[in-house]
Design a protein around this ligand. Structure first.
Ligand code: SAH
Length: 234
């Protein structure tokens, strides 16, 4: 019988960590080392956040054994939780500081928001699907993230009440960069966003300096589309 390596690791970490320990601890450290650190992400704050946030709590029950695999996974409403490396890459690209105010568009499972909340004092996140938005808020409460403020709504418009933001991360892909998000970026702010129509999308990094925005295309990617309240893609 062939036993998947992830199950073996869960078993052995149970043995080695005692009853109160997190059985996924070893798997998570392996994920950080092999998928994130060895691919060039060295920022300690970022790595520490990935060691801490329990990804298995953000995936559907049937995918728990695969929570630390090197891949995206399905969540409800036909959406996905991104591959850990992509979450890390986007987080790292934002060059976050502790007192940054961050806006995320596309809460989904809540995993990316939790990572941001480990690094920054205040995180705002918007999800268009009510079921996902509500479920994520329950997880944030359970995990004690009182620095995450979430709402259900259309993130294309940003969150003017709390703008400007030092960093904006968009995890659903529009055809063009939403103007309201550019406007809500603070001076010195950074935004990372997957842009383009299927099947070609690119991660674009924007930086606002002296009121001007500079854009840099950095990586071909594949994200779910950004949609409006009628389900039409932007
Ligand atoms: N950051 C998420 C990834 C979720 S996938 C995570 O860590 O799990 C992208 C999410 O964007 C989906 O949940 C999708 O429903 C949501 N989305 C799509 N269009 C949106 C919009 N206009 N405003 C807010 N969320 C949107």
């Amino acid at each position: 019988m062939k036993v998947p390596v992830s199950l073996l690791l869960i078993f052995f970490s149970f043995l080695s960590c005692g009853q109160n320990a997190d059985p996924f601890y070893a798997l998570r450290n392996r994920m950080v080392e092999i998928q994130i650190e060895s691919r060039g992400i060295t920022d300690n704050e970022v790595l520490e956040a990935f060691r801490k946030v329990e990804r298995h709590k953000y995936v559907l029950n049937e995918y728990i054994p695969y929570a630390y695999n090197d891949s995206p996974l399905p969540i409800e409403e036909g959406q996905t939780i991104s591959q850990p490396y992509i979450v890390a890459f986007m987080t790292d690209a934002l060059d976050l500081k502790q007192n940054d105010k961050v806006l995320e568009i596309g809460t989904g499972s809540g995993y990316q928001a939790a990572i941001l909340a480990e690094i920054c004092d205040s995180v705002f996140t918007i999800e268009i699907h009510e079921t996902l938005g509500k479920k994520a808020r329950e997880i944030f409460n359970r995990q004690g993230y009182n620095n995450i403020i979430s709402k259900v709504g259309d993130g294309y418009k940003g969150w003017p009440d709390y703008a400007p933001f030092d960093a904006i991360i968009v995890t659903a892909s529009p055809g063009k960069i939403p103007e309201p998000l550019k406007e809500q970026l603070a001076e010195g702010g950074r935004m990372i966003i997957p842009v383009g129509s299927d099947p070609v999308q690119h991660l674009v990094l924007l930086k606002k300096k002296r009121g001007k925005i500079r854009e840099e295309r950095i990586l071909p990617v594949r994200f779910v589309p950004m949609i409006d309240s009628t389900g039409t893609r932007y």
